[in-house]
Design a protein around this ligand. Structure first.
Ligand SMILES: O=C(O)[C@H](O)CO
Length: 423
């Protein structure tokens, strides 16, 4: 890497960063380091660590060389401007004032939860945050500043009226993989891109799939209730569970999350079947020893646990109805970590009441939450959690990072890591 001539005639350093807080930029500049923004390079936590161990900045330089050797792409130059220091010319990175940062409209970040506060602080390094309240109170001024919309949850959705009021909007960054709550065609007609976060959500969502499967098989919720009620009449033999180990798991939808589920299931020595509507995944099959079922019916008939991991689309809406439930073993459990509408819920109520299948474990329902008097809530062979697949400290943080990377890529005209296209 070519060293930039900076600071009192001494050859200086050129440091590539992907994202950097203003405080770090200042510190780097004081060390006589000119700064280049790059697509992939040193992330802010690494910069912080390096600054902590080496106040001369040379560790940063060697890290940059390391990245360069690994063919890291240094593309976009951070604006640097000459300023005078002690009569000498130095390259000082231009610190963007908050007002100059691209505006991002925040949808539905409510509450004062610590994680959300961190997330807001993180977003603030790159964007001027504009809350919905601020936007509505001062629509005329704010609407022109907004270039991105950051969606933390699926609600509220984006409607035509909102799009019409944001003339400079370029990207809607959805935190989460599912975009069934967005009208992709309409958004695209406004020339606005949509992105999602398929990588950030994969582990936590696969974990909740496993957690539901294990909890249902071993009747954890009932066990917990017995302990809480301190009912001494109960003996474990009265409410035996079944083992997940070496049972057959049928995964419907072998995408990122489905594959992570399969990796976990392999550790339980499960026989893994999978069905994908469009694409057979030979590499994944080999890696986890999964068997492809071209026909969903074969998977349903053979599996002890059926896990739904598909996106909600018109084709997958009510994918599992009365007929499909009827094909499942009477000892089988249905687990849903995708979207509620993938199951015909009326058919599921009936199947659970009549013991057509043994049990269900759902992290998603339709609607969410279910109305208080919904028949699913009255059954004792069901576990329902409130859509917590991505509700971990790590996943939320990673979703924000992935969404920010997507937003910056769109705004900087760079390749977009996770763009979602209308079908
Ligand atoms: O779509 C997802 O990734 C999760 O359901 C979070 O909404």
């Amino acid at each position: 890497m070519q060293a930039a001539a900076v600071g009192r005639g001494v050859p200086g350093r050129l440091c590539a960063v992907r994202s950097c807080a203003q405080a770090e930029l200042r510190q780097l500049s004081d060390l006589g380091t000119s700064v280049t923004m790059c697509d992939r390079g040193v992330c802010v936590t690494e910069i912080r660590k390096l600054l902590a161990v080496d106040s001369s900045g040379s560790a940063i330089t060697s890290h940059v060389h390391h990245c360069q050797k690994r063919n890291v792409d240094y593309t976009q130059s951070y604006k640097t401007g000459p300023s005078s220091a002690g009569g000498q010319t130095r390259n000082v990175p231009k610190i963007m004032a908050e007002q100059e940062l691209p505006g991002v409209l925040i949808l539905d970040i409510g509450g004062t939860h610590g994680v959300l506060e961190n997330l807001v602080a993180f977003l603030k390094k790159h964007f001027r945050l504009i809350t919905m309240k601020e936007f509505l109170e001062n629509k005329k001024e704010m609407s022109k500043k907004i270039q991105s919309v950051f969606m933390f949850e699926c609600r509220p959705t984006i409607d035509r009226e909102l799009l019409e009021s944001l003339p400079n909007l370029k990207v809607i960054a959805n935190s989460g993989v599912g975009v069934d709550h967005l009208d992709l065609k309409m958004i695209s007609n406004f020339g606005v891109k949509v992105t999602n976060t398929p990588h950030a959500v994969a582990d936590s969502t696969a974990d909740i799939g496993m957690a539901l499967m294990l909890a249902s098989a071993r009747r954890l919720v009932e066990g917990c209730q017995i302990s809480i009620s301190r009912d001494t009449k109960y003996f474990a033999v009265d409410w035996l569970g079944v083992e997940v180990t070496r049972a057959t798991l049928g995964i419907i939808g072998m995408g990122n999350i489905g594959y992570k589920v399969a990796q976990r299931a392999k550790a339980f020595e499960m026989k893994i079947l999978y069905h994908n509507r469009n694409q057979r995944k030979k590499e994944e099959e080999q890696a986890v020893g999964a068997h492809y079922c071209e026909k969903i019916e074969d998977l349903l008939q053979q599996s002890d646990f059926v896990m739904l991991v598909v996106n909600l689309t018109p084709e997958t809406c009510k994918l599992i109805g009365k007929r499909e439930l009827g094909l499942m073993k009477p000892t089988a459990t249905l687990i849903n970590i995708s979207r509620g509408a993938v199951i015909d819920q009326d058919a599921l109520v009936e199947a659970l009441q009549k013991k057509v299948i043994m049990a269900a474990a759902l992290d998603v329902t339709y609607p969410e939450p279910l109305p208080r008097d919904h028949p699913l809530l009255k059954l004792d062979n069901i576990i329902i959690t409130p859509h917590i697949g991505t509700a971990t400290v790590q996943a939320i943080r990673m979703m924000a990072e992935e969404a920010i990377t997507n937003m910056l890529a769109v705004l900087n005209g760079q390749p977009i890591p996770s763009e979602v296209f209308p079908r």
